[in-house]
Write a protein that binds this ligand. Structure first.
Ligand code: GLN
Length: 481
């Protein structure tokens, strides 16, 4: 087996046992980066020296007899909206082009403490706003399966890096699908954990009530391993949770006998590629053959999820992005007087999509419109949560597509923002409600691009996602192809 074919868990085990030297797998990743990065553009920052220094440190500590951490020597890529001490963090935006954080995001610190090697920072749609990674100020990322196609977004750099072997695992962030959707388009596993499981400290805010970091990995076991590491209760994030059920790797059950799977009927509605629908049904049927009980049902709320999501997300974004005023950090375009400096800085610093959302959000929160838009969206959010709570009284897990379409051709989606927002219909419910959801590769489309299936569980039930996901991997054989 080639070294790059190992999963993160397999690699860490071998490094801990001394069968593989951390420097050897790191150099294999660098070789792959030399082969493919010029085309794909997964990374905004690559820290070769820092990564090599960590590998050397691990070698030393191992020879001194120290027991290394659970991700010993695993080269991990981190989305560039998570702060990394001393390493540029841009959010894919010109406004943060030269920003170097003085601290690590808690999730990043957790990775370091687990002895992972932080390779660098991956490309994203500006501030996580988008689903193709084309709105990055620093240029787009290409899909490793077909370079004319988008890697998805906003964590496109992370997903493409995992799929191409430019890292062993990556961290993305998911406000409305940005871990799951690029994972789906690149044929890898992407998990959005229950809101509050991973600290948001050091995750640069887009929509604080929905932002959540999660792992993008080669398989389900790696996903569980990474989540166990990055999750933590953190005094620096008041919404982070104390969970005592994070040892996901222990006993992921190997069967789905009697498990109740709900298939939301609205998920097979208009706009869904028929090949994707077929792929989802073959997963469902295969699980049924393993003893799961299937039922189609109507959630009754699908047409409200995208409008509710975009109203709330833009509202929170307009407030969160106020801090980029050219005064404290980031870009400053000096002009006559304070107001003019603000205006020039923000006009030069933000791209078109970010500006559109700031404008929409400011409008939705403004006096006279607040009740009509933001408050209504918040009420709808509650109704959406109620519909899912009700569904989870009957089902252990819901199954459906991650995205209605395969990875779009580059250059096509920027033309119609509304159509692009609608492509988030299957992923935003997990963010509006806080539920955990995972995208897994499930089939290949006739165009040769991967299709992802999405599993959603009730709050705190990640273990059910890992269980069903692991059984599906068993059925399917192996991860990528
Ligand atoms: N595509 C969605 C948006 O643009 C989701 C983004 C995300 O999860 N960061 O808001």
């Amino acid at each position: 087996m080639k070294i790059l074919d190992l999963t993160a868990v397999e690699l860490a085990e071998r490094i801990r046992r001394g069968e593989i030297d951390a420097m050897e797998s790191l150099e294999a990743v660098f070789d792959r980066i030399s082969e493919r990065e010029e085309q794909l553009h997964c990374y905004l920052v690559l820290d070769r020296e820092g990564a090599r220094a960590k590998a050397r440190e691990l070698q030393k500590r191992r020879s001194a007899g120290e027991v290394l951490g659970p991700l010993a020597g695993v080269p991990v890529a981190v989305k560039d909206n998570l702060c990394t001490k001393g390493m540029g963090t841009t959010c894919g935006s010109r406004i943060l082009e030269n920003y170097i954080p003085p601290y690590d995001a808690t999730a990043v610190r957790n990775l370091r403490n687990a002895d992972a090697i932080i390779l660098g920072k991956t490309n994203l749609d500006e501030f996580g706003m988008g689903n193709t990674t084309e709105s990055s100020y620093f240029g787009l990322t290409r899909n490793p399966w077909n370079e004319e196609r988008s890697a998805g977004g906003s964590s496109g750099g992370s997903a493409a890096a995992v799929a191409s072997g430019e890292c062993y695992a990556a961290i993305g962030t998911d406000t409305g699908g940005s871990v799951r959707q690029p994972a789906s388009h690149c044929g890898v596993v992407g998990l959005k954990p229950t809101y509050g499981t991973v600290s948001r400290n050091g995750l640069i805010a887009y929509c604080s009530s929905m932002d959540q970091a999660g792992p993008i990995t080669k398989d389900v076991r790696d996903s569980a391993a990474l989540l166990s590491v990055i999750a933590s209760r953190d005094p620096k994030d008041a919404t982070s949770l104390q969970r005592d059920d994070l040892s996901f790797l222990e006993n992921i059950p190997q069967d789905v006998e009697g498990l109740r799977i709900g298939i939301p009927a609205d998920d097979s509605g208009k706009g869904l590629d028929p090949e994707i629908r077929e792929a989802i049904w073959s997963v469902a049927t295969a699980l049924k053959e393993r003893g799961a009980v299937l039922e189609e049902f109507d959630l009754g709320i699908m047409k409200y999820v995208v409008p509710a999501y975009y109203t709330i997300a833009c509202g929170e974004a307009s407030s969160n992005l106020e801090r980029y005023d050219g005064m404290k950090y980031g870009l400053r375009v000096s002009a006559e007087g304070l107001q003019e400096t603000y205006r020039k800085t923000r006009t030069a610093g933000f791209g078109a999509e970010v500006r559109r959302r700031i404008l929409l959000g400011t409008f939705a929160l403004s006096e006279g419109y607040y009740d009509e838009y933001y408050m209504t969206a918040m009420k709808v959010r509650r109704l959406i949560r109620d519909a899912y709570d009700k569904a989870f009284l009957k089902y252990d897990v819901l199954l459906g597509p991650t995205s209605p379409q395969i990875a779009p051709k580059l250059g096509e989606s920027g033309m119609d923002p509304l159509a692009s927002y609608l492509a988030d219909v299957y992923t935003v419910p997990a963010n509006l409600t806080g539920m955990p959801a995972m995208s897994l590769p499930c089939a290949m489309h006739s165009t040769g691009l991967p299709i992802g299936v999405q599993l959603t569980a009730a709050l705190f039930q990640e273990k059910t996602l890992f269980q069903v996901g692991a059984v599906w991997e068993q059925i399917r054989g192996k991860r990528y192809e």
